[in-house]
Design a protein around this ligand. Structure first.
Ligand SMILES: NC(=O)c1ccc[n+]([C@@H]2O[C@H](COP(=O)([O-])OP(=O)(O)OC[C@H]3O[C@@H](n4cnc5c(N)ncnc54)[C@H](O)[C@@H]3O)[C@@H](O)[C@H]2O)c1
Ligand SMILES: [Zn+2]
Length: 677
């Protein structure tokens, strides 16, 4: 076939693109597209070059391994080149059969010849390294580079604890051990958390984090990135008598004190290989590190030598890959979900994509900052990663693929479920719906809280029942609880007559409560039992609490600006007031009192003198308490003293106070003044 101008054009374009990706991947350790996408482009170019041999070029990325070495690192020439491994594009059993057939044909084995023996290993997703040991001592570590010329990274590799600086046992005079440096997933997660906290670059995946660490110029930085290592091959071996097979060679490396992965088997023929592939597929998610497939190698070295190499790959090995753990797809939209506790979580809606063995259609984005940090826009092409058992993650956008029609995400000012105001504390990443009890998304959680022992104390209104009542649409607001009748309960499953009667009695009993319990039951954010009690005591009646603005709320002991804002915000919502009215109309009642006798702030600016021993508080505690209410504590009584607080064995100060007519309080009086009693 004669190549058309279009085929020439396409091949040239693919080469340009692949070169650019090789650079970001191999040199910068910061790829902008997932491997699966790169592999598709690579295969497209391979197919073009196969169909039109006149398109093939020795400078094509299909003919070479890896990328150019970094000029900042010293170059190392590999006497035995470091190659790639052919990936079977047919990832089903067909690929394995094709490989075995190629091997048998090349070795001229007839149909009756016994099965070829292979060593099946894992294909670790890290970066290849060559470790040179002279007389058992590590003298040099080099990256693969372009296969012929690597980079000297000895300074960094020495910081990897798993790599022995000295081999043990009957060590050869010279041996180059080849293997993979990788980063465990847990180490990767910890590293990214740290990077984020320090405002530094977050890594796309463990492979790039590992490659970046190994190719650092500064070994102190490399040392902070926890790396691991598995040996799987050999380079130069000098006069060492190399064992006869890959399997025995790995045993020898183990004896030298090198880490070799335990998941490896001798496999006889296709069936054994497939069994290995399937078994590893089943445990891939639970491995502590990423693998992108398994590797099959002809076990006998003499047969390997007979099979030899093609340009960039040995003929005696093949990689059988698993579904990619990173894929590219479109970020269709970012929606906001409201959780049971009111937390608003942005969720990525994705064009369905098969990644890590499952189809992913959405992924949590956690919070607004996370979206900004990743630089995501709605409409972006994004990289989605799902590795191990973990939930899928949107890693980041493919910026080069933007069309200009992408738009930023904005957190809605109102809850998408109930339209209440959205609140976000300054030091918190999470935005929340302020609707509490009245937000349908929070209904179940809120009802459970409402019925809780320390709130309205409705015995029997537990988890399962709330679930059923809300799901059946019988209870929407807490006021509906008071409309429940035998009939509605009888319709629910698993509700015996007796327990229905008990529940109704408990509901009836809860109608009479206290103001503090009622306020607590409302589930106002930041208002716990103690604050509810303070509010009840301070204001005396619900209406006064509801009318209080932030300034007045700040007068309540222990109520700070955040809490005051929550309370005012809550009662500011019309629907909240409405349900409170419904509850009152349903007969929920409590005794109301006048506001606390001594208005808050009475201690403010006043001068106190402490004398004698107080029954429960130490001097320091009393002082701190007074000061926290704006009062001053002075050492001696004068005309300027407002209060003397006297305990047991008070002496001259008490006498002086009486003489000057200064008010004298005991501990109880002080607490009442400060509204702590
Ligand atoms: N995303 C991008 O922009 C981009 C760019 C370039 C390359 N890539 C990716 O890089 C890969 C191509 O690189 P490659 O040519 O090195 O091929 P490869 O990484 O797929 O396979 C060869 C490598 O496998 C490793 N390996 C792991 N376990 C092994 C074992 N048990 N025995 C022997 N080797 C083992 C070795 O390091 C070896 O160098 C592809 O996955 C490609 O998608 C991605
Ligand atoms: Zn809401």
């Amino acid at each position: 076939m004669i190549a058309s101008p279009q085929a020439f054009e396409r091949a040239a374009q693919l080469r340009r693109e692949l070169e650019a990706h090789n650079y970001t991947y191999y040199v910068l350790d910061a790829p902008t597209i997932p491997d699966a996408e790169y592999d598709r482009l690579f295969r497209e170019l391979e197919a073009l070059e196969r169909d039109y041999p006149e398109l093939a070029a020795s400078h094509s990325p299909t003919q070479r391994v890896g990328g150019a070495p970094m000029p900042e690192l010293a170059a190392v020439r590999h006497a035995v080149p470091m190659l790639s491994i052919r990936t079977e594009t047919d990832t089903t059993t067909g690929g394995v059969i094709a490989f075995d057939t190629r091997v048998r044909n090349a070795l001229e084995l007839g149909p009756d010849a016994p099965a070829v023996e292979y060593l099946a290993e894992l294909k670790f997703d890290g970066l290849a390294i060559s470790l040179r040991y002279e007389n058992g001592v590590l003298v040099r570590a080099a990256t693969r580079g372009d296969g012929e010329n690597g980079e000297d990274v000895t300074h960094n590799v020495r910081t990897i604890r798993q790599i022995p600086l000295r081999l043990v046992g009957a060590v050869p005079a010279l041996i180059e051990v080849r293997g993979e440096i990788y980063m465990r997933r847990d180490a990767f997660d910890r590293l990214n958390v740290r990077q984020m906290a320090n405002g530094e670059k977050v890594f796309v995946n463990p492979r790039n984090a590992a490659a970046g660490a190994v190719r650092q110029l500064d070994p102190r930085i490399a040392a902070k990135r926890p790396l691991s290592f598995f040996a799987y091959g050999l380079g130069e071996t000098g006069d060492w008598t190399v064992p006869a097979t890959q399997g025995e060679m790995l045993e020898a490396l183990v004896a030298f004190g090198l880490p070799v992965c335990e998941h490896r088997v001798v496999a006889k023929g296709v069936e054994d290989l497939i069994a290995f592939h399937d078994r590893i597929a089943g445990m891939r998610d639970t491995l502590p590190y990423d693998i992108d497939g398994v590797v099959y190698k002809v076990n006998r070295f003499d047969l390997q030598r007979r099979l030899g190499f093609v340009t960039r790959e040995p003929r005696w090995a093949v990689a059988h890959k698993y579904p990619a753990q990173e894929e590219i797809t479109e970020l269709l939209d970012i929606e906001v979900q409201v959780g049971r506790t009111g937390a608003l979580t942005p969720v990525a809606r994705l064009r369905p994509v098969f990644v890590g063995g499952v189809t992913v259609t959405n992924a949590t984005l956690h919070n607004e900052e996370e979206i900004q940090r990743k630089g995501l826009l709605i409409g972006d092409q994004v990289i989605v990663r799902r590795a191990g058992d973990v939930i899928p993650e949107v890693v980041g956008p493919v910026v080069e693929r933007r069309s200009g029609s992408e738009r930023p995400f904005v957190m809605p000012p109102r809850c998408p479920v109930c339209a209440s105001h959205v609140e976000k504390a300054e030091d918190e990443a999470i935005a929340r719906c302020s609707g509490g009890l009245f937000c349908p998304a929070q209904r179940k959680q809120a009802l459970l809280h409402f019925a809780g022992r320390r709130a309205m104390d409705i015995e029997g209104l537990g988890d399962k029942l709330v679930e059923q009542l809300v799901d059946a649409g019988i209870v929407k607001t807490p006021a509906d609880v008071y409309k429940l009748g035998v009939l509605a309960l009888a319709n629910l499953q698993r509700m015996a007559d007796k327990s229905a009667a008990n529940l109704l009695a408990a509901i009836e009993k809860s109608r009479h409560t206290t103001l503090a319990r009622f306020i607590f039951a409302l589930g106002i954010r930041n208002v716990g039992e103690a604050t509810a009690r303070d509010l009840a005591r301070h204001f005396g009646s619900l209406d006064t609490v509801m009318e209080a603005d932030v300034d007045r709320l700040l007068h309540v002991p222990d109520v700070g600006p955040v809490v005051a804002q929550s309370i005012a915000g809550f009662f500011g919502e019309a629907h909240n007031r409405e349900v409170i009215e419904q509850l009152r109309a349903a007969g929920v009642s409590w005794e109301e009192g006048a506001p606390a006798l001594v208005p808050s702030g009475l201690a403010n600016g006043k001068t106190f003198v402490l004398t004698g021993t107080l029954p429960t508080m130490s001097r320091d505690e009393a002082k701190a308490l007074i000061e926290s209410h704006g009062g001053k504590v002075s050492g001696s009584v004068s005309k300027k003293t407002d209060f003397v607080v006297a305990g047991a064995e008070a002496g001259s100060k008490l006498a002086k106070a009486e003489e000057l007519g200064v008010a004298v309080l005991d501990e109880d009086g002080l607490l009442r003044l400060l509204e702590q009693a």
